[in-house]
Design a protein around this ligand. Sequence first.
Ligand code: GLC
Length: 433
Amino acid sequence: MTFQPFAAARLCALALASKRLRWLQALVLSWVVLSPARAVEITITCGPNGNDVEFCLKHAQAWAAQTGNTIKNFSPPTSPTEKLALYRQLFAAKSGDIDVVQIDTVWPGILKDHLLDLKPYSKGIESEHFPAIIANNSVNGKLLGMPWYTDAGLLYYRADLLKKHGLKVPTTWEELTQTALKVQSAERAKGDLDFHGYVFQAKAYEGLTCNALEWVSGHGGGTVVGPDGQITIGNAQAVKALNMAASWIGSISPAGVLNYEEEEARGVFQNGNALFMRNWPYAWSLMQKSGSLVKGKVGVAKLPGSPSAATLGGWQLGVSKYSKHAAVAADLVMYMTSASVQKARAISGSYNPTLPALYKDPEVIQANEFMATLADVFANSVARPTTATGLKYPQVSQSFWNAAHEVMSKRATGEEAVAKLESRLKQIRRKHW
Ligand code: GLC
């Protein structure tokens, strides 16, 4: 039922005109007081990657149908780097154009001044989510985002081709390189000239920071900046990791990877044109769909490395401080991050829940076996250095992805790029982060 101002006014006049109609006065009063807030339009940012529009918008619309509100979708750019730039622009203008915002794991500190504290709306439900994610979303005692799904880098492989060539899932980056070379040569010799050994994300954006952190960390080269704020990138293992990635370009990986985000890599792999792919969990459900050329042929493993390192990612939903309908928008956030929506999204979209209880749900695990078998990958994933570098993280990340991109496009050696990156980071830090 929505509040109809004219009908209410007429009833009020009627009731007040007659002293005998006390019951009607009481009815009108309770209707006015108890009637739900007026229906409003809430703008959410769903998509445009992979499953995102389908499994985000569909649930938002289900909430709208239940509450009588309406949903407008504001489809942001695919790259998180461009998304962040857009949000910062809108927030700087105090724009109320977006009510519900998708927030990357690495953003709560950066966007803290523009997000509503959700504590008055959450009624303590945050205690059911992974405590580390809640801690990441809390700034100065305020809950700036409700966890929506968590992410970690995974290695997707063509189980059928490894079997055919009598090879194992690689556990070191060197082994991955060798295996990719062997299978690529064999498949190309057979006439499949578009076949590649390994696809990943190497465009100059946040996704490359995630990939490069996995190579550096997986070579024991640290996390660029340590938890204590020390700049740690200047080491031989980091150099080795970047040189290794550069050796893949034009060899086991197409030169095009230098412009790939997640979806480009998935496109190549899902069309049957690659042996290995690095991607996030969402890619799993898309590969199981009818029409996928690799359905039933794919396995998921932890990324190679000694130790294996998977970058921690994930998204939260928050409410813009400039929203004109903050309470209604917060209600949508609570709905979208609830156990039932997270369960549905995990089953049909392979989005990792942020509620530990859902990892014991047989339907969730049946749809995504890797969520159980790779539990240690999710538990031990490597965080990007946001806590240590605070508001300077975007500059740190950009310098890191630029260094990796330069090495892979053969504009610098690993040694040169790492030395330059180290001095750039010192400039960014100056006296403190
Ligand atoms: C995924 C991750 C996010 C990361 C992004 C990089 O969306 O969840 O944390 O920043 O990929 O492309």
